[in-house]
Design a protein around this ligand. Sequence first.
Ligand SMILES: Nc1ncnc2c1ncn2[C@@H]1O[C@H](COP(=O)(O)OP(=O)(O)OP(=O)(O)O)[C@@H](O)[C@H]1O
Length: 300
Amino acid sequence: MIELRGLTKRYRARLAVDRLTVTVEPGRVTGFLGPNGSGKTTTMRCILGLARPTAGTATVLGRAYRDLAHPVREVGALVDPRARHPGRTAHAHLLTLARSNALPPHRVDDVVELVGLAPVAHERVRGFSLGMAQRLGIAGALLGDPEVLLLDEPVNGLDPEGIRWVRGLLRDLADEGRTVLVSSHLMSEMQDTADHLVVLGRGRLLADVPMAELLGAYAAVRVRSPQAPLLASAVQRAGGHVELEIDGALRIDGLAAADVGDLAHEIGVRLHELSPVAGSLEEAYLALTGDDVEYRAVAP
Ligand SMILES: Nc1ncnc2c1ncn2[C@@H]1O[C@H](COP(=O)(O)OP(=O)(O)OP(=O)(O)O)[C@@H](O)[C@H]1O
């Protein structure tokens, strides 16, 4: 478990994290989302004792990182996949990490195998692609077989097979009862991976919500009818919200598909299509963070 209580980090005039209070629970994958510069990496750095909070606390398994008895056995992290000696081989890098943390050398072979780097384990890190560097970073995070995992953009640079592998890995780790906090800007990937979401905007908490609940709030009903205006009026009277889609269909929020079907029947309107539409994380995320995006491209 990771607990943040009023966590605040200020860099001179810049408030990177602003009174963040969140509990990241074990046994599930928690997605950590937010626009560029919203404070995700800074939060992870505070949890890992790499940045000192200006105020508030960040604890792992009930303790500040510096007070953990065996940090790498308790929390594994991928924060900067490029932060390692380029002249070392992957195996040597992990062995150094294992030795300096009093871990048995066989763990190196275990994690090298697990992340699929066995064929290149004795090659120098300098020549690694971003995807290989990510796998090595994940291997390092798993070396101590930790209960808590923090992964900052673990699928960055991975090919589709690698992305699928990370998804399965995170699922397995959570199913084993571990705490998994993972950041990503890939919404479709996050939608398939995370059970729970913590969303930041300008350092502040915007949402701490189960994925299913958030997606449920953005679910809708799609309807096509030759008497669409009649149906739209009835839906609005019943409290639903109607938007016209580009192909002439109606997108209805606030009523279930069965309610829309019953309503159409009551007012004698014929339907040519009635389908529930699942909410997408991208849509929910953009709605949540819309006012909190600092860096936005301007149309030419
Ligand atoms: N060491 C630092 N010194 C000064 N400012 C910093 C430092 N680290 C982060 N910041 C600032 O704090 C804010 C939060 O940055 P952070 O990297 O935590 O955001 P993020 O959500 O991880 O962004 P991204 O999605 O782009 O990785 C940004 O405005 C950033 O410029």
